[in-house]
Design a protein around this ligand. Structure first.
Ligand SMILES: [Mg+2]
Length: 224
């Protein structure tokens, strides 16, 4: 078992104060790669597109519509988005998996009488469906925002810390004036996330769930 990675003081203090915990969806709470790849292959097949599925999935984070524009002509994007969404929700959804520690984090936040708020570039109805299928309960979902756009909902929902896998998540937390916690379950490595302003960098959500529990109960369960 990996050794507990102790949190920096600013993260601990932010969590002690009243406030919600904010989280990104793709590659932070959920592994959406297989579901996304499945839906992209359907777009290629049904719409005659030539999207490089591996390249697309390797940079998950920005809105799907924006990413499709790298491969699909502007006039065909609405149809590609429709096929993508239809296939993602009907077939791809069964390929979604919570990432390590996601369920524990959601439970820990609820046990601490705090709110878990998901802020994601996915549209809200898709994000909610993904979370439900994976058994994660959240207090609120803000969808359709990416990069710096995430800062406003962080402030509006009184987010104390925001956890994400993307450098854009760290930049948004910085704009909102809160610590950004990075997980390396996405395509960005620790060095890039640190450079983007991450206050704490984790392999996955397990240690953050421990910290939320410790902050709530005052019991340190990380010592041997
Ligand atoms: Mg992400």
């Amino acid at each position: 078992m990996a050794r507990y990675q102790h949190e920096p003081a600013d993260v601990r203090e932010a969590l002690r104060r009243a406030g919600a915990l904010g989280a990104d969806l793709d590659l932070t709470l959920l592994d959406t790669r297989a579901a996304t790849a499945h839906a992209l292959r359907a777009v290629n097949r049904r719409c005659g597109e030539t999207i490089d599925v591996d390249a697309f999935v390797a940079r998950l984070g920005p809105p799907i519509r924006q990413e499709l524009a790298h491969w699909v002509a502007p006039e065909r994007i609405p149809q590609a988005v429709e096929v993508f969404r239809d296939c993602f929700l009907s077939e791809g959804i069964h390929l979604l998996r919570p990432l390590p520690g996601a369920g524990d984090l959601a439970d820990a936040v609820t046990a601490a009488s705090r709110r878990l708020v998901v802020i994601t570039s996915r549209i809200p109805q898709v994000a909610r469906r993904c979370l439900t299928v994976c058994g994660l309960s959240t207090a609120a979902v803000v969808g359709g925002v990416t990069g710096p756009e995430k800062a406003a909902p962080m402030t509006a929902h009184r987010i104390a810390v925001y956890v994400g896998d993307h450098v854009l998540d760290m930049q948004a937390a910085k704009i909102a004036g809160i610590p950004g916690i990075a997980v390396t379950t996405g395509s960005h490595r620790a060095g890039e996330l640190r450079q983007a302003g991450a206050a704490w960098i984790l392999d996955d959500l397990t240690d953050l769930a421990h910290l939320v529990r410790r902050t709530h109960t005052g019991i340190d369960d990380t010592e041997p």
